[in-house]
Design a protein around this ligand. Structure first.
Ligand SMILES: [Zn+2]
Length: 272
């Protein structure tokens, strides 16, 4: 029987991502699941890898966990349907709709080994560090990397789970308490997720600092008071910085791949 092929987007080098036909991945151990990708976001990290990579992508030597290096399939913000499972998989079954937690960290028997597995020195990301990714028709991940989607969530919403977790984590890392006010610098996708998380955390008022018309409009629609630093308005208050948020490419691409090795990606500041 001939090998099954699929379409995938692979990073070769900066400004060189190729859409090509490659082999459909197969299960490699009993704790893996095969996912048919239904929706995948394009992260700021992906843009940075395209424009100025490699940043995370292993080129000269294979990543210690994926044992893979460029060219690699990109895409780490995705959701899809489970189409095959290894014999030892218990968390999901064929037909389940799942969101992917793309963290590569030491694991055994379908579980991460470290409690804070996101802090492993060997940290990598499915879709950045080799071994497959969401910019493909199919990919294979460990069962510890999939989370079943509630029926009410679409695949597109499932693809937003990973960036939403970034915003939620930023708020949890801050010292914000219900009733506090907060300011978010930058209302791109992560900043907007921070605003949503602040609302869920009970922030009394939320301010957003942004210059883009589209982003200002979106932040306002979510309920934030928008401030444009290029306009001659002023505002004041007593603010206690809790974290830092920026979308500057040189400082903080907006997702865990970059925020773990660089400065924090999303910055709410709480006011007493
Ligand atoms: Zn990302």
């Amino acid at each position: 029987m001939s090998e099954q092929r699929m379409t995938a987007a692979r990073w070769y080098q900066a400004r060189d991502i190729r859409v090509e036909r490659i082999a459909v991945p197969a299960l490699g151990d009993p704790h893996q699941v095969k996912v048919k990708v239904a929706a995948c976001g394009i992260c700021g990290s992906d843009l940075h890898e395209y424009a100025a990579g490699p940043i995370f992508i292993p080129v000269d030597s294979p990543h210690p966990l994926s044992h893979d290096r460029a060219p690699i399939v990109m895409g780490h913000e995705f959701a899809g349907e489970v189409v095959d499972v290894g014999s030892a998989v218990t968390r999901v079954a064929v037909g389940d709709r799942v969101a992917i937690e793309p963290i590569l960290s030491p694991h055994r028997d379908g579980a991460y080994l470290m409690e804070r597995y996101n802090l492993s020195p060997q940290l990598g990301f499915h879709g950045l560090s080799g071994g497959g990714g969401g910019f493909a028709e199919y990919t294979v991940v460990g069962e510890h990397m999939v989370h079943r989607l509630p029926d009410a969530l679409s695949y597109e919403q499932g693809a937003l789970v990973e960036p939403a977790a970034v915003g939620l984590h930023a708020v949890r890392q801050s010292s914000l308490k219900a009733g506090d006010s907060a300011v978010v610098f930058g209302a791109g996708p992560i900043g907007l997720m921070v605003i949503e998380s602040l609302k869920a955390a009970g922030a009394a008022s939320i301010h957003a600092v942004e210059v883009s018309a589209a982003r200002k409009q979106r932040a306002s629609k979510l309920g934030a008071v928008v401030h444009d630093p290029t306009e001659a308005t002023s505002w004041s208050g007593s603010w206690r910085p809790a974290m830092a948020a920026s979308t500057s490419p040189s400082r903080s691409p907006a997702c865990p791949p970059c925020s773990t090795r660089r400065s924090p990606a999303a910055t709410p500041a709480a006011r007493r």
